[in-house]
Design a protein around this ligand. Sequence first.
Ligand code: ACO
Length: 402
Amino acid sequence: VIDVRKLYGDDGYFTYDPGFTSTGSCQSKITYIDGENGVLLHRGYPIEELAEHSDFMEVCYLLLHGELPTAKEKKDFEHNITYHTMLHEQIHAIYRGFRRDAHPMALMVGVVGALSAFYHDSLDISDARQREIASHRLIAKVPTIAAMAYKYSVGQPFVYPRNDLGFAENFLRMTFAVPAEEYKVNPVVAKAMDKIFILHADHEQNASTSTVRVAGSSGANPFACIAAGIASLWGPAHGGANEAVLAMLRQIGHKDRIPEFIKRAKDKDDPFRLMGFGHRVYKNYDPRAAVIRKSCHEVLDALGIRDEPLLDLAMELERIALHDEYFVERKLFPNVDFYSGIILQAVGFPTSMFTVLFAVARTVGWVAQWNEMIEDPEQRISRPRQLYTGHDKRSYTPINKR
Ligand code: ACO
């Protein structure tokens, strides 16, 4: 705590807390994390139970409304979401303005932000009905936007949403179906994708969610706020970690080389770190990692992929690290990203789409948190303080005297 009166007059004290690691920026009823014990609850329900028994649409409803839906509520909710999956035809023209080799996250930031220019009947944030429509539109349209970003990058025609399919199934079809060819979604793959969406749906006040709240605190419209969240997620320290895990596994290349890389990960003079290990909040096994590890085996089995060398390597790496004093002492366990990249690669996604998939899943968390913030009477515009370390007051020097 710093006395800033000298710097700022009578403003009193503020907390200097880079990265806000000790600052509670809001109150929330959505997600609870106990990092010491590896617990993650959504509205009180353990993530393991949701991943095992629920589905993504139900989890979306739960995050938004606070309770699990009745059968009728779920049907109505699914109807509302599928009703909004289409994009305005003019949005297709926006894609053509991007280079083909643009990163799909660049398209995501641009196109999701551009929704503000199309759906004027859901921009008034003081109107609960408009907020609800905007929320449904975002959850429904972000997967369509994501699949089209992929299609655009590979030069294939867009595949329109099919509203008789489930959320994950529809997304897989929009991504991988090509005209004139029958596309059948493998139900095990669809189930695994649905689980991945559940596992990434929300994670309280991480960087992208905080970004959404900060953007929204000024009264910005929800489409603009979610675009801001997507921009924050794009960073490699946040959404890009599973991509880094795959790169690391490829770099290690063979089980025989694991000890060499474990040694490097422990060496403080070597920048190499074990990607997919450790977490800012979890100092125990990330509960999501256990679910995804099991899914990984199921997907590879269903796709008939036997002896996937990267999976063998990952499991051996995990086994060795979990018995290594360095990792045990520091409570470094595999996180959710350790196995998810292997699944996504097996399903056929290029690594550039990994963060996009994260955004598809996290949209509901962002939307739920944004709604909670708007409805919180204590909410104020976000305005952190700073510790000024620049010059004292000085006089302007004309350019010919410098
Ligand atoms: N490999 C080797 N050593 C590690 C690793 C790792 N992956 N992670 C942490 N450590 C070491 C640190 O060097 C430090 O050692 P020291 O005490 O001897 O100095 C100790 O463990 C504590 O680490 P911190 O950096 O304090 O942990 P922090 O909570 O700040 O970092 C982070 C968490 C950034 C996730 C880190 O563990 C990391 O870089 N992991 C690899 C990247 C990764 O998997 N990121 C995905 C996170 S999950 C997500 O975003 C969805």
